[in-house]
Design a protein around this ligand. Sequence first.
Ligand SMILES: *[C@@H]1O[C@H](CO)[C@@H](O)[C@H](O)[C@H]1NC(C)=O
Ligand SMILES: *[C@@H]1O[C@H](CO)[C@@H](O)[C@H](O)[C@H]1NC(C)=O
Ligand SMILES: *[C@@H]1O[C@H](CO)[C@@H](O)[C@H](O)[C@H]1NC(C)=O
Length: 331
Amino acid sequence: MLLSLAFLLFATPTALGKKLTDEENENREKFCGRYVPGYQSAAGEEDQFKSLYGRPVEEVVPWAVAIHLLDDQGRSSFRGTGTLISPRHVLTATHLLEPEPDCKRGKIVGVKFSAKDFAVVMNVTCAVRAACEKLGRQDQFVIHTVANIYSFPGFLGAKCPSMIAYGDISIFELENDIPFGPTVYPACVPRTSDPVGLEDKLNIFGFGSDPADKEWQRSGIMKTFPSMKKECTSGDLNTTGVFCSESAKKELACSGDSGSGIVRKRPGKPTVEVVGILSGGRNCIDLLKEHEIQQRYGRLMTTAQDYLVEVSYFLTFICNASGVCPVENEA
Ligand SMILES: *[C@@H]1O[C@H](CO)[C@@H](O)[C@H](O)[C@H]1NC(C)=O
Ligand SMILES: *[C@@H]1O[C@H](CO)[C@@H](O)[C@H](O)[C@H]1NC(C)=O
Ligand SMILES: *[C@@H]1O[C@H](CO)[C@@H](O)[C@H](O)[C@H]1NC(C)=O
């Protein structure tokens, strides 16, 4: 009896979720966005790091997470991309859960996928093992299970007029903390609600496919491209907590990039912070076809926009769900 009571007491905090404690949050803020030896370290990582550069790998993006769906047999398939923001929280897009919206009442009434259906993989340059094997890369695929998912309650999505990216933000809380190392650490989260500036240099990181690659070889390979915030050109878009971006070389996020973090360097700091979550945009295959026709006739190529969630707009939601909160008086 005593034993089971003790177990109950012990188990309760897990059932209520595992927000960061104040101390964990302060450490996160101090050490996020770069590699800090000793912070949440994986054993032996430093030695292994030396050999990392001995083999021909594309670099791991330390905060980027491949999100997988698990089936009944425990097999996993690639679903989207996310951003690690603490030892056990991943920031991503709600539409990966395939929510059923009630557009009139302004809320989600159901989701197709929940925490038990998902797993995340970190420290890899390919979304799935097969892609890395094909390239002869030695990445190890360690599956991390998801304990809880917290979704912003107001998200409706593309099924509701003009609501495509509005509130498309979820936090995956992992069952176990992730050990950090030079190739695994969380991105910082903005400390103030200031929106992204038009001058900020942004980079999107995602495991999505690239239809311009005829062999589809880069399908599921981590890629990145620079981007800038722009005035949204679509009139039919609720831009509350949403911003639009364009890339100078007309690159566009594609299928599999959903949920990807868009990051920037913190002003005057060596740290990386996640300021946007990729939600939607023009269909890549359609855009590619349009570009091919435009090139054939020597016309100007269309620039399409990506739609992103403005992370700084959702700091209260993030803080309440995960304990990743703005820290006061940070030097
Ligand atoms: C990342 O993966 C490499 C092998 O690909 C491994 O040596 C290293 O320990 C991993 N780092 C972490 C923090 O899991
Ligand atoms: C965007 O959607 C939110 C939530 O439904 C709503 O409160 C807001 O008024 C909308 N903004 C515009 C410009 O329609
Ligand atoms: C805070 O998070 C809890 C647990 O996810 C949720 O039930 C509650 O509605 C949230 N409160 C606010 C103000 O967002």
